[in-house]
Design a protein around this ligand. Structure first.
Ligand SMILES: [Mn+2]
Length: 359
């Protein structure tokens, strides 16, 4: 039986532009720490193979610490490592995959066509290919394994989407491939294990979240493969999570947030959307009150004012005419965002007329 770990899309040295400079530096350190955890997990699970399906580096310009970390950790890994560069870390002459002396257990695919490495001691062949530019033509078209007597695995960066510029793969191609396992990267959301024909395949998703489009648990696949079939399970990697909370602010936004939050949020990077009809919200004060409880926090005020904002709308005064006009627009508005903008205009106008600075 072959045991393997499959991971992808580390995006090491990503800019983390939404975080403060200090937090971004720390996140990049944590990315390197995630690589250490992954290798430890691979060794503890006694894996024979580590399949890395591209985008390990976020760009051509990786920091030396990051390359040193990969070299050290790959060297400490008892599994044989197969790496298929993706669109973010494409294989180019002089790139780290080319220029760095990698440990003997590391095989990096360098060509934009499929090749196999035979591992007779495991009775398997590991196939793979590299992106050599930002986009990549379909690599799996017309592919079938050369020796169906072997267990055939493949590691590849790509997606199942017609007309994709990133190595488009179809389920029919997977089913016709004769592969036993296809380790994919590129899609940052975990797909869970999938099946086409006799082939098990899937995307484990990115190794850690980098933004609010990558919320929740992130991790890798652990798999076992023999003649009788392939089993794969997702394993979350401990670490920070991105989370989004939707909170109805009501009369007391602070109390509403307090009630909505889980007990321990210190490690997490969260965005709180304040919603619904509410008293005016002081985003800055709320941020000051709650930010110490998170690694990163943003608060977005999407509330709309309570109806009595419009109380003076019928008055025969400048304020009354102003509010009447805006109220009509507010009632005609077709979406929440437009209503929010009109309400903000009403509040700002009222504040100006009444000589107030705040809303
Ligand atoms: Mn990616």
């Amino acid at each position: 039986m072959i045991k393997f770990l499959h991971a992808a899309d580390f995006h090491l040295d990503a800019p983390f532009a939404s975080l403060s400079r200090e937090a971004a530096v720390r996140r990049r350190q944590e990315q390197r720490e995630a690589v250490r955890r992954l290798v430890t997990a691979c060794n503890e699970a006694d894996c024979d193979l580590m399949l890395l399906a591209g985008d390990l580096l976020d760009s051509d310009g990786a920091w030396q610490e990051t390359i040193d970390c990969l070299v050290e950790q790959f060297g400490a890994c008892r599994a044989q490592i197969f790496l298929a560069p993706g669109n973010h870390d494409r294989f180019l002459p002089g790139c780290p995959y080319d220029a760095v002396q990698w440990p003997d257990n590391v095989h990096i695919f360098t060509k934009n066509r499929l090749e196999a490495v035979a591992l007779p001691e495991l009775g398997c062949a590991v196939w793979g290919a590299a992106f050599t530019q930002m986009d990549c033509l379909p690599l799996l078209e017309d592919f079938t394994v050369q020796d169906p007597e072997l267990l055939n695995l493949m590691v590849l960066h790509g997606e199942v989407r017609p007309n994709s510029a990133y190595n488009p793969i179809s389920e029919a191609q997977i089913a016709a491939s004769g592969l036993d396992y296809l380790a994919l990267g590129h899609v940052h959301q975990c797909s869970g294990p999938l099946r086409a024909g006799k082939t098990t395949y899937g995307w484990p998703g990115c190794l850690m979240g980098r933004g609010f489009d990558e919320c929740g648990d992130k991790g890798y696949f652990l798999g076992e493969l023999d003649r009788s079939g392939c089993t794969v399970r997702f394993v979350p990697l401990p670490g920070r999570r991105y989370e989004i909370f939707h909170v109805r602010a009501g009369d007391d936004a602070a109390a509403a947030i307090e009630a909505a939050l889980p007990p321990d949020t210190a490690a997490n990077i969260c965005r709180i959307y304040l919603e619904g009809e509410a008293e005016p919200v002081d985003e800055r004060a709320l941020y000051r009150a709650f930010a110490p409880r998170f690694f990163g926090l943003t608060i977005c005020d999407r509330t709309v004012p309570k109806v009595d904002l419009w109380a003076a709308a019928g008055e025969d005064t400048l304020k009354g005419l102003f509010l009447k006009d805006l109220k009509e627009r507010y009632d005609r508005a077709e979406d929440e965002e437009t209503r929010r903008c009109i309400a903000l205009a009403a509040r700002s106008g009222l504040a100006a007329m009444e000589g107030r600075e705040g809303l």
